[in-house]
Write a protein that binds this ligand. Structure first.
Ligand code: KG4
Ligand code: ZN
Length: 353
């Protein structure tokens, strides 16, 4: 079975073809074309929705042609067409969703609307055949949440951020330090040369009940340190980057530990912890979670960085998982700028969206 997937919810235009493996679990990526728009947004210090939508229109058709060519198939050879229908920037979502519907209509193939967060959560089944149920940590520029993944369409949010998303915190702190967008990779690089103990930054929510995150206090504390210094030297910037990263790592580890506990209480031991979202590329976070999982006896599944950040293969894979279970969607399916994973769950229980 082969599924074409389209991703346009944020600032990556992406198209991929994924197939399942005969007689086995997991999938095979036949092509995975990603065009990042970062250069077009960098001057503005963040993603500009109008620029994103227009840029998706400019390149999507070419990417679809290229993804099919690299997979060495034609549209007639795919079994279904999937697109991320949200959550995300509505202008961009509309572009990918409309393209997928048009392809489905023209080819007579089924159409599948995929929740972008669901796609991140199911990636570990594409790469590592991870069995349900498992715990997913989704950390990107727009999302930070812990989700119990019990089956396709069966999700329960165990915790989420009450203020900033993790990537947003990295980006805002980077901006304060005069670093270019996106800030996460910049901070990670500078942190390698900085002293993580120089600044005593808060670890919000540490030890708190539940598994929610709070990150804006940490960002504000960094701002105060910068104001105290006046104009930070290169060393100050490196030490601030290292201290900030150490603090956010501590917060994430503590919240994931709480998530594992909550999960175990209600579902039994998770078969694994999977990470997804752009922030999952961070080496310090990966190392800390590797340690936590080893201590907790939970398998840690960290898909390669290119499958953690936004791409079409994870959309195609989620589409394939849904299609196999009989979920397809109407061509009238409307884009969903907001689309909590728990809502996807209740729809799945009631038949389909
Ligand atoms: O998932 P993604 O590509 O786009 C969405 O936000 O949906 O994530 C982008 C975010 C940005 O905030 C970026 O700064 C962050 O992921 N990021 C990182 C790293 N690489 C990307 N944050 C920390 N460390 C990194 N190495
Ligand atoms: Zn994403």
């Amino acid at each position: 079975m082969r599924v074409l997937g389209i991703e346009t919810t944020c600032d990556e235009t992406a198209v991929a073809v994924v197939s399942d493996r005969l007689g086995g679990d997991g999938g095979e990526i036949l092509s995975n074309e990603v065009l990042s728009q970062i250069a077009q947004h960098a001057a503005y210090g963040g993603v500009v929705p109008e620029i994103a939508a227009r840029a998706h229109i400019d390149v999507l058709e070419r990417l679809i042609v290229r993804a099919l060519a690299k997979a060495k198939i034609e549209l007639a050879d795919v079994d279904a067409i999937a697109a991320a229908a949200g959550p995300g920037l509505i202008g961009g979502v509309l572009v990918g969703l409309t393209a997928a519907k048009a392809l489905a209509l023209a080819s007579g193939k089924p159409f599948i609307a995929v929740n972008h967060l669901e796609a991140h959560a199911l990636t570990a089944r594409l790469t590592d055949h991870l069995e349900f149920p498992f715990l997913a940590l989704l950390v990107s520029g727009g999302h930070t949440q812990l989700v119990a993944v019990k089956g396709v369409g069966e999700y329960r949010r165990l915790g989420s951020t009450v203020d900033d998303a993790a990537g947003e915190a990295f980006d805002k702190v980077a901006k304060m330090l005069g670093l270019p967008y996106p800030g996460g990779p910049q901070i990670e690089k500078l942190a390698l040369e900085g002293d993580p103990h120089r600044f005593d930054l808060p670890r919000p929510m540490l030890g708190r009940g539940g598994a929610d995150f709070s990150l804006s206090g940490l960002k504000t504390a960094v701002r105060h340190e910068i104001l105290k210094i006046g104009s930070p030297s290169e060393t100050d910037v490196k030490d601030l980057a290292a201290s900030f990263q150490a603090a956010i790592v501590d917060v994430i580890v503590d919240r994931v530990r709480a998530g594992i506990r909550l999960f175990t209480e209600s579902e039994g031991r998770p078969h694994g912890l999977v990470i997804g979202g752009g922030v999952a590329a961070n080496g310090a976070i990966r190392r800390a979670l590797t340690r936590l999982c080893a201590e907790s006896g939970v398998r840690f599944v960290s898909p390669p960085a290119n499958l953690c950040s936004d791409n079409g293969a994870i959309i195609a894979w989620a589409g394939l998982e849904r299609f196999k279970r009989g979920f397809t969607d109407d061509l009238a399916f409307a884009p969903r700028p907001r689309w909590p994973l728990d809502a996807a769950a209740s729809e799945a229980h009631h038949g389909k969206a």
